[in-house]
Ligand binder design. Sequence first.
Ligand SMILES: [Zn+2]
Ligand SMILES: [Zn+2]
Length: 357
Amino acid sequence: MKRIITGLLVLLVLVVAGAWVVRGKIALRIMERRLATAMANPVVPSLPDGLHVAVCGAGGPFPDHDRGGPCTAVIAGKRMFVVDTGEAAGRTMGRMGLFGSDFTVLLTHFHSDHIDGLGNVALQRWGGGALTTPLQLYGPAGVERVAAGFSEAYVLDSSYRTAHHGPKIMPPSTAGIQPRAFAIPEGQDSVVVLEEDGVKITAFRVNHGPIDPAVGYRFDYKGRSVVISGDTASSPIVAKYARGADLLVHEALSPVLVNLIREAALKAGNAKRAQIMHDILNYHTSPAEAAAIARDDKVGALLLNHIVPPLPLKALEGPFLGDARKVYTGPLWIARDGDLVSLPAGDRTITRKNLLH
Ligand SMILES: [Zn+2]
Ligand SMILES: [Zn+2]
């Protein structure tokens, strides 16, 4: 009897060990196939002609499990533009398969949560494909200092990589960041910062005082349009440039939920945190205010991003939105990392899917 039990135990161990080995082999096979598919079909060139918005960071400055710091990639034809590079932007862009071909970065302003992923984004671009220049970084006055600071911080890293892989693979001439500062002329509220390959990008002033300059961007391509508000209190200038746009990507902060944090901080005796929660209310936009712009200016769809505060429970989306869905009855989405909203050229459709979930 004892021998039979021992035999059965040995058999069980062998079966479990065998299953473990087989499971590992299957996982390797799956990984091999996925890598082959990803390498053969990079996301950007495989998208249909038109405008596409890829959310590479839907959060704000708070630590958030579902949303990295602000990062919105706009793909127009074969070109890609990345608006803001918050923390984790490079990692999320990598997970979404957005690296491989060259791209340009545009900053809305220089709050830390919009730039703290810039170093990694520039590095991933440098290691990702054939390039002819350093990363082109557009932004209002001040972008030169940001570019110089990040370039300097990465000087040693890039020298190591050139030494290790050789200058043919990692050429110093395409490392680092080249600033492309623009200014909105006095008395005007916008300036066209780039017009190439059928893409027109207009930067417009927003209301994020005391942060000045701070801008949003409008992208026009083959009759389709996307407007990105950047950080702003509800602003008539955003409304002006969003007028008739196919998609408005607007920042959103819930005063109700931020006040909950403020009250909790007060109860815990953290007056500093409570004051900061009070102060941030006056330079952001509530979901209902963003919805009012979408309604009044006949926007095709509204994607809320820069979600503040984080929404750790799905059921918090209702309280976060407040009256927004009553105010605007068109398509309204709360952005999540990995979202891809597509506006094909030549028709009026707008579709959304998620590349990560
Ligand atoms: Zn921000
Ligand atoms: Zn800001």
